[in-house]
Design a protein around this ligand. Sequence first.
Ligand SMILES: [Fe+2]
Ligand SMILES: [Fe+2]
Length: 330
Amino acid sequence: MDDDLLAGTRILVIGGDREVAESLRKDLSAAGSPSVDLVPALALAAAQAAAAQPQVVLCLGDADPAAVRERLDPLGLGSAPPVLAVDEVLDGGRLGAAGGRRLRLVLEHRDLRARQGELEAIVAGQALSAFRDTEAIRLDALHRLALAAEYRDDNSPEHTQRVAALAARMARHLGEGDRAVWLVRQAAPLHDLGKIAIPDSILLKPGRLEPEEFEVVKTHAVLGARVLEGSDSELLGVAERIARSHHERWDGGGYPEGLAGEAIPLPARLVAVADVFDVLVHERPYKDAWTVEDAAGEIRAGAGAQFDPAVVDAFDALGAGGWTAALKSS
Ligand SMILES: [Fe+2]
Ligand SMILES: [Fe+2]
């Protein structure tokens, strides 16, 4: 028999009477195994396997492979080495050349399976990181778009981030899940993206707008939505709905479509409240900054008319602590 057939292979032999076990150990050692441990009883199998780290377990006598497997891997994680009844490899009571080769094949098969598992994990990991890269690129592009929108606004550049933070807090309070809250947080900064297309003469005009000028400003909702529409990205879809509908009113009196109630997408209803609140508490060329309490009173007064009453309840429930935290989160 090849004396290096089992070179480097650690083996655990369980059960059997002492004489048979010893003779098998001799055969296995002669075939090159550097470590053959004998365990007389099943009860000791797990401890011995943990200590010896065998690559294969052979069951002698009454030791039942299924019971041994159960001992070595009670949770069924596939972490146990192969467990074979000795009859599967023995040749007329001795290991013999054919038995050694069978044992070798079992081990090679296991190595291949382990290698295959590693390869599958690598491929899955690469797919995941490609997906993450795409998501990261999309997010980065969105942040840059939001930044571009901020340059076109009379707000402080942090306005869009504060609106997003407050809208996300209200979404959370309404019981939205992690993904929905995240989508609102990422998409809300783009609510005024369409202002990129509004002429400076109107957008930056000091003082009151003429009615026809205000009509031009109102087009920013649809213009922003057009920039964002048509993508298969869920995030861009939410951003599009926010851009299009953040000036709709709960009572149907808003623009651009005059949608009412729950026909207005929830992310847009959230941004409507957060946007007005943030504008009120900050100074604008045409107005002083309101106190947080006065602004909150204005939001409450709009419940059921300008704003979704449920969103206003969520706003109220956040309280001064929640509003101030959102104001600081730009
Ligand atoms: Fe707007
Ligand atoms: Fe805004």
